[in-house]
Write a protein that binds this ligand. Sequence first.
Ligand SMILES: [Fe+2]
Ligand SMILES: [Fe+2]
Length: 194
Amino acid sequence: MSIHTTVGQDPDSNDVVILLEQQHEEIRRRMERVLAVDGKERRKAFHALVHLLAVHETAEEEVVHPFARRSLPGGEQVVEDRLAEERAAKETLSALDDLDPDDSTFMPQLMKLRKDVQAHARAEERYEFTHIRRSGDSAALAAMAKAVKAAEAMAPTRPHPGVESGTANMMLGPVAALMDRTKDAVRKAMSKDG
Ligand SMILES: [Fe+2]
Ligand SMILES: [Fe+2]
């Protein structure tokens, strides 16, 4: 069964809002998975979650927030609020990434991340996505959908722990490094698009 059937939408959608809402749903699902398993499986599940969060938030920051900033009434403030939430989530994500998933502080931190990420997703859907859809610019919606799909397809997978000991990545931290590489992939996809 396709992961997308949980929201009953077309995975090949040209509507960027549908795609992002599907990703919100999948983020929730992956979060639940991390909570449901332990040991090696928890580590794997956590990395799958980090990967999707990196792809999703980067695509929003590179593609969707700039459109909202320009096109929505009060867009400037709406986007500033969302970016602040995303920064906070990234900090928690990095802190979690430094922990052993079986460490006693991992679960409380993960619960905090879940709460923050869910509140953030609700705020985006309510204050940003509904207005983007109402803006009725189907060409822009389709172009953004293409970029989000490209981000998903091109985003680098995370190297195994220990592999990313290159100085630049070490200095940035693994989560930040992954987001940075994802940003490059999104930008490449967008420039290819012309
Ligand atoms: Fe976001
Ligand atoms: Fe989002």
